[in-house]
Design a protein around this ligand. Structure first.
Ligand SMILES: Cc1cc2nc3c(=O)[nH]c(=O)nc-3n(C[C@H](O)[C@H](O)[C@H](O)COP(=O)(O)O)c2cc1C
Length: 340
């Protein structure tokens, strides 16, 4: 069978044999009765979404899930965040639109996708069988565009949530502009709330002075949850050519480099709002994930780490379970915001 790699295949460093994953996973569960007798409850609630565990994939780093079918059992995840979906086809930005940095990467993909109609007619039939939550990341350049996408997705039976991306730093119009002012963040949230009845998560930009204020603004206008954070605006320069590396000059920084900032923001936002916070930014292993839960996140997303190890989400899930068993935690919810 042909092995499909996710979009950023040049960043893939597949270090381990891919033949040992799912089958061995199942085998070890059968042969190791310990995993069957533990009464650990990993489920968490993000508004009306009951996730079987708090581990989800982050938008733009996991395709539509199907790209990872050959590497992991996608059904084990708490949820999948699809890549951005806009009202019309978008080609994205010119190449080069990726740059590696010492502890992360810069990207300026620019919301490349074929539009909401294509998603509904071509992608959705391929992913609706998943036994996990499918949450579609919604983006656009105008409030009307966001509304159009959300309204069309509202009727899809297996899509029980959307994530409003008001934080993309890589598009000329819309994107981050919506997420960096309280009135604009509130306005787009309110407009989409008017046409979308299921769980609406709003993804916040870290490129602001006070992220807690933006979180409160979207909570006041009907957001059911916030995800914190999108990428941080950064830049890379080729000194030999004396030119910026990215065609867009600036791009979004992700990966381990941003983890301390993301943790701080999750902590600040979780203190400011009552709705559940989903934490992400530089999560690469189970310890990182636990730190986000302790900072106040109800669930987490894994992004850039998927490019380094396509099995990382499952390893994080197993590692969380191991942490809970080691610390006598019976219910993962005990850890949320449980800093001493
Ligand atoms: C290549 C790439 C594409 C991305 N595309 C999207 C996107 O379409 N929508 C979105 O909301 N976030 C997008 N993001 C941001 C991630 O979902 C995530 O918020 C960010 O990378 C921080 O998490 P991480 O450090 O775990 O990657 C993208 C990130 C990367 C690296």
């Amino acid at each position: 069978m042909e092995t499909k790699l996710p979009a950023s295949k040049d960043l893939f460093l597949i270090r381990e044999s891919l033949n040992s994953t799912d089958q061995d996973q199942n085998k070890s569960e059968i042969e190791n009765p310990k995993s069957k007798i533990t009464m650990l409850d990993l489920s968490v609630n993000v508004h009306k979404l009951m996730l079987k565990n708090p581990v989800m994939s982050a938008s733009g780093t996991f395709g539509y899930g199907i790209e990872f079918d050959d590497f992991i059992d996608v059904n084990r995840l708490g949820g999948i965040l699809t890549k951005a979906c806009t009202s019309k086809n978008r080609d994205g930005n010119r190449y080069p639109r990726m740059a590696e940095t010492p502890a992360g990467m810069l990207n300026s993909v620019g919301l490349q996708n074929k539009g909401v109609e294509y998603f509904i007619n071509t992608i959705y039939p391929k992913i609706e069988h998943y036994d996990t939550h499918i949450i579609v990341n919604v983006s656009d350049s105008t409030v009307e565009g966001y509304m159009e996408v959300a309204e069309k997705l509202n009727s899809l039976e297996k899509v029980n949530g959307i994530e409003l991306n008001i934080s993309c730093p890589n598009v000329k119009e819309g994107g981050m502009a919506f997420g960096t002012s309280c009135p604009m963040a509130g306005a787009v949230t309110k407009a989409v709330r008017g046409v979308y009845s299921k769980t609406m998560i709003v993804k916040l930009s870290p490129n602001v002075t006070n992220i807690a204020e933006i979180a409160k603004a979207v909570e006041d206008e009907g957001a059911d949850s916030v995800s914190v954070i999108n990428t941080l605006l950064g830049m890379a320069i080729d000194a030999e050519k004396r030119r910026p590396i990215l065609s867009t000059i600036t791009g979004g920084l992700s990966g381990p480099a941003i983890k301390p900032i993301a943790l701080r923001m999750v902590w600040q936002v979780s203190k400011a709002v009552k709705i559940p916070v989903i934490g992400l930014g530089g999560i690469s292993n189970a310890t990182d994930a636990i730190e986000f839960l302790l900072a106040g996140a109800t669930a987490i997303q894994v992004g850039t780490a998927n490019f380094i190890d396509p099995q990382v989400c499952i390893k994080i899930l197993d590692g969380i379970e191991e942490y809970c068993n080691r610390h006598g935690v019976k219910d993962i919810k005990e850890l949320i915001g449980a800093l001493n």
